[in-house]
Design a protein around this ligand. Structure first.
Ligand code: ZN
Length: 415
């Protein structure tokens, strides 16, 4: 039973049929969202079906995903990543009930796979043949992989500052890569909007109404693992904010279904050097303007001087949930990478932002010791190899591979 019924416009509330691909509202140009008819749904049946289909990853929630009737899920192994208690990290930051949602273990190494699995699967079912997205790297690699599996011809506009390994990962899946020079994120969004309005199918967060349908599966997996209870706080790195917003949509749907009785505070994290949403939140504004310089932080994946559509949906989720948006500096990111490494989780700098935010959270007063806090780690360390070397401690030394020499060193306790 698929409960998705329509697209709905954020602004004019017009609704449209799901039987064709759509981006922005035909009537007013507003952002579209997928609507569901949850009224007649039997929540127990949904959770029982999901529990019985663990071999399908996030597609086990297909009752609550927009998969057209008869269409096959586009599945590369995404979803059901571990929700891990911490060994030392929680004590270190004064949060004994801290859990890490480890999305570094997704098929292309980042949380982006949740959104692209569902959005590209939906597009394939509606016979989309060509499409594009823009990316700082991880979204492009994810889009390219799912588009390749779906037989969709993919073009990725990638930020010129993206590292070579991310660009190579996109090309490896057969996508066409165009490096993008720009002075502000606003120029990127103007270009992306022009292409979308001209009819080129677009997978950019929020312009595409389906990507956060995949991101919302965070909420389902986390609440199921907690015995159908929401955490008190969910912390997520934020660039365009698709992950945070998607999860928020998922939590709200679970409450509408009666599966949880309260919602978590949603906390977004941005690099201090480039933090438009942090500034908008501090000023109590519903829309963010430009802020900072995206080239002045190591957190490449979440660095942007302006969020798409002013970040209005992300800010709304933060305000409605009683959460906030906080800034972290690069030193905090490197420390968080080391702390996560000691938990067995290797994160790229942007992915460590959610943990970096916790270093000062108790002192800042936005969490309490008894809170159940979920910190999402969004992408693996090998996504940005140069930063891995910056964060890591240097090797203890270089020695000859000589048995006597090695025995001497080990016996003297030098390692
Ligand atoms: Zn509209």
């Amino acid at each position: 039973m698929n409960l998705a019924t329509h697209y709905k416009c954020d602004d004019c509330h017009a609704t449209f049929s799901l039987d064709k691909p759509a981006l922005l509202c035909e009537a007013c140009g507003g952002l579209l969202e997928i609507g569901y008819d949850l009224g007649p749904a039997d929540p127990r049946r949904i959770t029982d079906r999901a529990a019985a289909r663990r071999d399908l990853g996030l597609w086990r929630w297909s009752d609550l995903l927009p998969l057209p009737r008869g269409a096959e899920p586009l599945y590369l192994g995404e979803g059901d990543t571990p929700l891990m208690p911490t060994r030392r990290l929680g004590r270190h930051v004064g949060l004994p009930n801290l859990l890490i949602k480890n999305d570094t273990l997704m098929p292309t190494g980042s949380f982006k796979d949740r959104g692209f699995s569902v959005a590209v699967g939906f597009a394939r079912a509606l016979d989309v043949k060509q499409a594009f997205t823009y990316s700082s790297g991880n979204a492009g690699a994810s889009f390219a992989a799912y588009a390749a599996r779906a037989g969709i011809e993919a073009t990725v506009l990638v930020e010129d500052v993206a590292n070579e390994s991310k660009i190579a990962a996109i090309s490896l899946s057969g996508a066409r890569v165009l490096r993008l020079r720009y002075r502000s994120s606003l120029e990127i969004f103007a270009g992306v909007s022009a292409l979308s309005e001209a009819g080129f199918y677009c997978f950019v967060n929020f312009i595409n109404p389906v990507r956060h349908e995949g991101m919302k599966t965070y909420a389902y997996e986390i609440c199921e693992a907690l015995g159908w209870r929401a955490p008190d706080v969910m912390v997520h790195p934020v660039g365009t904010g698709g992950g945070l917003y998607g999860a928020w949509k998922g939590f709200r749907e679970l409450r509408e279904l009666g599966l949880i009785d309260r919602l978590p505070k949603m906390v977004g994290v941005q690099p201090a050097a480039s933090a438009p949403l942090v500034r908008a939140f501090a000023e109590g504004k519903p829309v963010a303007g430009r802020h900072g310089d995206a080239n002045k932080t190591v957190a490449q994946s979440i660095a942007g001087d302006a969020p798409i559509q002013g970040g209005s949906r992300v800010l709304r989720a933060v305000y409605e949930s009683g959460g906030r948006v906080v800034a972290v500096d690069d030193n905090d990111l490197f420390e968080a990478m080391r702390l996560l490494g000691e938990e067995g989780v290797l994160a790229e700098p942007s992915a460590a932002a959610s943990t970096a935010a916790l270093l000062r959270a108790r002192a800042q007063g936005w969490v309490s010791e008894s809170d159940t806090v979920v910190s999402v780690v969004t992408g693996g360390a090998l996504k940005q190899p140069s930063a891995l070397a910056q964060a890591a401690r240097p090797p203890a030394g270089t020695v000859q591979a000589d048995p006597a020499e090695l025995l001497r060193i080990f016996r003297e306790g030098l390692v």
